[in-house]
Design a binder for this molecule. Structure first.
Ligand SMILES: C[S@@+](CC[C@H](N)C(=O)[O-])C[C@H]1O[C@@H](n2cnc3c(N)ncnc32)[C@H](O)[C@@H]1O
Length: 258
């Protein structure tokens, strides 16, 4: 993983090859290292990211929040499931505010209409010193720009053609994507998150979309080469996905306007 001159905190770059499969382990590692006991997964839907055995072994109280009761119903029994919209301005915080050591998401953020509101809500859900981790696709990687511009039905068909196993694999169809606040490690993105009170611990930008070009051999090789080149010569606006690790400071100062 390439480390950039980290004027913007801990920024690293890598190809997207292991990003998807590596994410549950990355979160589990954080749970172990931080000793998190109260963990909330956002948009876990049908596929909660952390296995029940791991949660039992490490004594973790785990909740899966999702906007869709249908998706939650597909998740295995044994998970504590809550239905709600993490992007809602009027999220009901009673009993859950400031309670979580770790709040994380996997492929959720791009589906939330108002990214700023989502990050604000997560900040309130975190205990002081708690951490948030998000894994999301980013603009302006070309396939995601196309996804945003195309009519939903066309994007759906294209996705099925590029990734035929997608429906069976567990992503269970496609959810509308908005990409609000889904960007690589740009100055603007840092300013936005820090403006809400977060400390940015780590921002890993991934290049390429390794699952997409399996069906186009020439493109696949060119794409591999270009992704590796970008890791060495990174443009934060061209990442295809990111892991972002944020901390809520132990002491926060509320700013009020004069
Ligand atoms: C692409 S799926 C990802 C599911 C799972 N995290 C995974 O990686 O397989 C996106 C999930 O986010 C949920 N979702 C979309 N918007 C949401 C919101 N505003 N609040 C909570 N969940 C939301 C969807 O219902 C869906 O389960």
């Amino acid at each position: 993983m390439k480390r950039s001159a980290a004027t913007l905190g801990q920024v690293h770059y890598a190809t997207s090859r292991n990003a998807w499969l590596g994410y549950p382990g990355y979160v589990q590692d954080m749970i172990i290292r931080s000793g998190a006991r109260h963990v909330l997964e956002l948009g876990g839907g049908a596929n909660p990211a952390i296995p029940l055995e791991f949660l039992r072994e490490h004594g973790v109280e785990y909740t899966v929040l999702d906007i869709s009761p249908t998706e939650l119903a597909k998740a295995p029994a044994g998970y504590h499931k809550v239905c709600g919209d993490i992007g809602a301005a009027e999220l009901a915080f009673e009993g859950i505010e400031g309670r979580h050591d770790l709040v994380f998401s996997k492929m959720l953020a791009e589906h939330v209409k108002n990214g700023e509101q989502m990050h604000r809500n997560v900040f309130r859900l975190l205990a002081p010193g708690g951490k948030a981790i998000h894994y999301f696709p980013t603009l302006y990687a070309p396939p995601f720009v196309a996804n945003r511009l195309m009519p939903e039905r066309v994007a759906d068909r294209l996705l099925q053609w590029l990734e035929p196993g997608r429906e069976k694999d567990g992503n269970k169809g496609k959810f509308p994507a908005y990409y609000s606040w889904c960007r690589g490690p740009t100055h603007r993105q840092f300013a936005r998150l820090q403006g809400l009170g977060y400390v940015v611990d780590e921002y890993i930008g991934f290049f390429g979309h390794h699952a997409y070009y399996r069906r186009i051999p020439g493109m696949r090789n060119l794409h591999r080469w270009f992704s590796s080149w970008l890791v060495e010569h990174p443009f934060p606006t061209l990442t295809s996905a990111c892991y972002v690790v944020l901390s809520k400071p132990v002491e926060t100062i509320t700013m009020i306007k004069a």
